[in-house]
Design a protein around this ligand. Structure first.
Ligand code: GLN
Length: 221
Protein backbone atom coordinates (compact mmCIF):
# COMPACT_ATOMS: atom_id res chain seq x y z
CA UNK A 1 0.00 0.00 0.00
CA UNK A 2 1.33 3.48 -0.78
CA UNK A 3 2.20 5.63 2.21
CA UNK A 4 1.08 9.23 1.80
CA UNK A 5 1.95 12.06 4.16
CA UNK A 6 -0.20 15.08 4.98
CA UNK A 7 1.80 18.18 5.87
CA UNK A 8 0.55 18.74 9.41
CA UNK A 9 1.75 22.21 10.36
CA UNK A 10 -1.59 24.02 9.94
CA UNK A 11 -4.87 23.49 8.12
CA UNK A 12 -7.40 20.69 7.70
CA UNK A 13 -5.05 17.74 8.15
CA UNK A 14 -7.47 15.19 9.64
CA UNK A 15 -9.94 15.48 6.75
CA UNK A 16 -7.19 14.67 4.21
CA UNK A 17 -5.93 11.73 6.28
CA UNK A 18 -9.50 10.34 6.39
CA UNK A 19 -10.04 10.89 2.64
CA UNK A 20 -6.75 9.13 1.78
CA UNK A 21 -7.48 6.20 4.10
CA UNK A 22 -10.98 5.82 2.60
CA UNK A 23 -9.40 5.78 -0.84
CA UNK A 24 -6.98 2.92 -0.22
CA UNK A 25 -3.73 4.55 0.95
CA UNK A 26 -2.09 4.61 4.33
CA UNK A 27 -1.82 8.21 5.52
CA UNK A 28 0.39 9.82 8.15
CA UNK A 29 0.93 13.37 9.42
CA UNK A 30 4.28 14.93 8.45
CA UNK A 31 5.91 17.52 10.74
CA UNK A 32 9.60 16.57 10.62
CA UNK A 33 12.15 15.96 7.86
CA UNK A 34 12.50 12.27 8.92
CA UNK A 35 8.72 11.80 8.52
CA UNK A 36 8.93 13.38 5.06
CA UNK A 37 11.68 10.92 4.08
CA UNK A 38 9.34 8.00 4.84
CA UNK A 39 6.44 8.92 2.52
CA UNK A 40 5.81 8.16 -1.16
CA UNK A 41 3.73 11.30 -1.74
CA UNK A 42 2.44 14.31 0.17
CA UNK A 43 -0.76 16.34 0.51
CA UNK A 44 -0.45 20.02 1.43
CA UNK A 45 -3.83 20.93 2.95
CA UNK A 46 -5.88 24.12 2.86
CA UNK A 47 -5.38 26.63 5.63
CA UNK A 48 -3.43 29.85 5.47
CA UNK A 49 -0.50 29.90 3.06
CA UNK A 50 1.38 32.66 4.91
CA UNK A 51 1.30 30.53 8.10
CA UNK A 52 2.20 27.30 6.29
CA UNK A 53 5.08 29.17 4.61
CA UNK A 54 6.45 30.42 7.96
CA UNK A 55 6.04 27.05 9.68
CA UNK A 56 7.72 25.04 6.91
CA UNK A 57 10.78 27.23 7.38
CA UNK A 58 10.66 27.17 11.22
CA UNK A 59 10.30 23.34 11.19
CA UNK A 60 13.17 23.10 8.66
CA UNK A 61 10.94 21.39 6.15
CA UNK A 62 11.07 23.96 3.34
CA UNK A 63 14.41 22.91 1.83
CA UNK A 64 13.79 19.12 2.17
CA UNK A 65 10.34 19.61 0.63
CA UNK A 66 11.78 21.55 -2.31
CA UNK A 67 14.36 18.78 -2.83
CA UNK A 68 11.73 16.03 -2.82
CA UNK A 69 9.51 18.01 -5.21
CA UNK A 70 12.48 18.48 -7.56
CA UNK A 71 13.22 14.72 -7.29
CA UNK A 72 9.68 13.91 -8.47
CA UNK A 73 7.77 13.14 -5.26
CA UNK A 74 4.05 13.44 -6.08
CA UNK A 75 2.37 16.30 -4.20
CA UNK A 76 -1.28 17.33 -4.11
CA UNK A 77 -1.97 20.88 -2.90
CA UNK A 78 -5.49 22.01 -2.02
CA UNK A 79 -6.26 25.74 -1.73
CA UNK A 80 -3.41 27.10 0.47
CA UNK A 81 -1.54 23.95 -0.68
CA UNK A 82 -2.01 25.04 -4.31
CA UNK A 83 -0.49 28.41 -3.37
CA UNK A 84 2.50 26.64 -1.73
CA UNK A 85 3.15 24.67 -4.96
CA UNK A 86 2.88 27.70 -7.27
CA UNK A 87 6.08 29.17 -8.70
CA UNK A 88 4.53 32.63 -8.48
CA UNK A 89 1.88 34.51 -6.44
CA UNK A 90 0.30 37.49 -8.22
CA UNK A 91 -0.43 39.31 -4.95
CA UNK A 92 1.80 37.91 -2.19
CA UNK A 93 1.19 39.00 1.37
CA UNK A 94 4.09 40.77 3.11
CA UNK A 95 5.13 40.43 6.75
CA UNK A 96 5.76 43.35 9.14
CA UNK A 97 9.28 43.79 7.75
CA UNK A 98 7.93 43.95 4.20
CA UNK A 99 9.19 40.49 3.19
CA UNK A 100 6.84 38.78 0.73
CA UNK A 101 5.51 35.31 1.57
CA UNK A 102 7.39 32.49 -0.12
CA UNK A 103 6.23 29.30 -1.78
CA UNK A 104 7.87 25.92 -2.23
CA UNK A 105 7.24 26.15 -5.97
CA UNK A 106 7.63 23.40 -8.55
CA UNK A 107 4.37 24.05 -10.40
CA UNK A 108 4.78 26.56 -13.24
CA UNK A 109 1.67 28.61 -12.49
CA UNK A 110 0.78 32.06 -11.15
CA UNK A 111 -1.98 32.09 -8.52
CA UNK A 112 -4.03 34.95 -7.16
CA UNK A 113 -4.93 34.55 -3.47
CA UNK A 114 -8.49 35.06 -2.21
CA UNK A 115 -9.37 35.67 -5.85
CA UNK A 116 -13.07 34.86 -5.52
CA UNK A 117 -13.43 37.23 -2.55
CA UNK A 118 -13.27 36.90 1.22
CA UNK A 119 -14.94 34.38 3.54
CA UNK A 120 -18.43 35.80 2.78
CA UNK A 121 -17.96 34.99 -0.89
CA UNK A 122 -17.16 31.33 -0.23
CA UNK A 123 -19.28 29.22 -2.57
CA UNK A 124 -20.00 25.71 -3.85
CA UNK A 125 -20.50 24.53 -7.40
CA UNK A 126 -20.37 21.41 -9.59
CA UNK A 127 -17.37 21.15 -11.91
CA UNK A 128 -16.43 19.05 -14.92
CA UNK A 129 -13.04 17.62 -13.98
CA UNK A 130 -10.69 15.95 -16.50
CA UNK A 131 -8.72 12.90 -15.44
CA UNK A 132 -11.50 11.14 -13.55
CA UNK A 133 -12.41 8.82 -16.44
CA UNK A 134 -11.42 5.86 -14.22
CA UNK A 135 -14.53 6.62 -12.14
CA UNK A 136 -17.06 6.53 -15.02
CA UNK A 137 -19.73 3.91 -14.47
CA UNK A 138 -19.66 2.21 -17.87
CA UNK A 139 -18.24 2.32 -21.40
CA UNK A 140 -18.82 5.78 -22.93
CA UNK A 141 -20.17 7.13 -19.62
CA UNK A 142 -19.03 10.55 -18.39
CA UNK A 143 -17.61 10.82 -14.88
CA UNK A 144 -20.05 12.57 -12.53
CA UNK A 145 -19.27 16.25 -11.84
CA UNK A 146 -17.19 17.15 -8.80
CA UNK A 147 -19.00 19.09 -6.09
CA UNK A 148 -16.44 21.74 -5.14
CA UNK A 149 -16.31 23.98 -2.06
CA UNK A 150 -14.33 27.22 -2.40
CA UNK A 151 -13.24 28.96 0.83
CA UNK A 152 -11.21 32.17 0.32
CA UNK A 153 -9.89 30.28 -2.66
CA UNK A 154 -7.15 31.20 -5.11
CA UNK A 155 -7.48 30.84 -8.86
CA UNK A 156 -4.78 30.18 -11.43
CA UNK A 157 -4.01 33.21 -13.61
CA UNK A 158 -1.22 31.74 -15.72
CA UNK A 159 -0.22 28.21 -16.61
CA UNK A 160 3.21 27.40 -17.97
CA UNK A 161 4.10 24.87 -20.62
CA UNK A 162 3.27 21.31 -19.64
CA UNK A 163 0.63 22.34 -17.10
CA UNK A 164 -2.68 20.64 -17.83
CA UNK A 165 -5.92 22.44 -16.93
CA UNK A 166 -8.27 19.95 -15.22
CA UNK A 167 -11.18 22.19 -14.18
CA UNK A 168 -12.49 25.73 -14.54
CA UNK A 169 -15.30 27.70 -12.91
CA UNK A 170 -17.55 29.20 -15.58
CA UNK A 171 -18.76 32.77 -14.87
CA UNK A 172 -22.40 31.74 -14.43
CA UNK A 173 -21.38 29.18 -11.77
CA UNK A 174 -20.23 31.87 -9.33
CA UNK A 175 -23.01 34.29 -10.16
CA UNK A 176 -23.31 35.70 -6.63
CA UNK A 177 -19.90 37.32 -7.07
CA UNK A 178 -18.86 39.54 -9.97
CA UNK A 179 -15.16 38.86 -9.37
CA UNK A 180 -14.93 36.58 -12.40
CA UNK A 181 -15.62 39.52 -14.77
CA UNK A 182 -17.22 37.17 -17.24
CA UNK A 183 -14.12 34.99 -17.55
CA UNK A 184 -13.78 31.26 -16.84
CA UNK A 185 -11.23 30.76 -14.05
CA UNK A 186 -8.83 27.84 -13.73
CA UNK A 187 -9.25 25.96 -10.44
CA UNK A 188 -7.47 22.62 -10.95
CA UNK A 189 -4.20 21.79 -12.69
CA UNK A 190 -1.69 19.01 -13.03
CA UNK A 191 1.93 19.01 -14.15
CA UNK A 192 3.36 15.47 -14.12
CA UNK A 193 3.70 14.56 -10.41
CA UNK A 194 2.10 17.75 -9.08
CA UNK A 195 -1.68 18.14 -8.69
CA UNK A 196 -3.45 21.23 -7.31
CA UNK A 197 -7.04 22.33 -6.74
CA UNK A 198 -8.38 25.70 -5.50
CA UNK A 199 -11.19 23.88 -3.72
CA UNK A 200 -11.55 21.39 -0.86
CA UNK A 201 -12.62 17.86 -1.90
CA UNK A 202 -11.83 16.59 1.61
CA UNK A 203 -14.84 18.36 3.15
CA UNK A 204 -17.60 17.01 0.88
CA UNK A 205 -17.06 13.26 0.86
CA UNK A 206 -15.73 13.53 -2.73
CA UNK A 207 -13.04 10.85 -2.93
CA UNK A 208 -12.07 10.87 -6.60
CA UNK A 209 -9.49 13.68 -6.39
CA UNK A 210 -7.68 11.72 -3.67
CA UNK A 211 -8.10 8.54 -5.74
CA UNK A 212 -6.54 10.32 -8.74
CA UNK A 213 -3.65 11.45 -6.52
CA UNK A 214 -3.13 7.92 -5.19
CA UNK A 215 -3.02 6.71 -8.81
CA UNK A 216 -0.35 9.35 -9.55
CA UNK A 217 1.65 8.15 -6.51
CA UNK A 218 1.34 4.54 -7.73
CA UNK A 219 2.46 5.57 -11.22
CA UNK A 220 -0.90 4.54 -12.71
CA UNK A 221 -2.01 8.00 -13.90
N1 GLN B 1 -6.77 32.30 1.38
C1 GLN B 1 -5.93 31.28 1.96
C2 GLN B 1 -4.46 31.57 1.68
O1 GLN B 1 -4.15 32.48 0.97
C3 GLN B 1 -6.28 29.90 1.44
C4 GLN B 1 -7.64 29.50 1.93
C5 GLN B 1 -7.82 28.01 2.07
O2 GLN B 1 -6.88 27.23 2.05
N2 GLN B 1 -9.07 27.63 2.27
O3 GLN B 1 -3.64 30.88 2.19
Amino acid sequence: MVNIGVLALQGDVREHIAALEHSGASAVPVRRPAELDAVDGLVIPGGESTTIDKLTRIFELAVPLQKRIADGMPVYGSCAGMIMLADEIADPSTDLKGNPQQTLGGLDITVRRNAFGRQRESFETDLRFSGLEFSATGPGAEPAPVHAVFIRAPWVERVGEGVEILAQVEPQEASHTDTLHGTARIVAVRSRHLLATSFHPEVTGERRIHELFIRIVRGEA
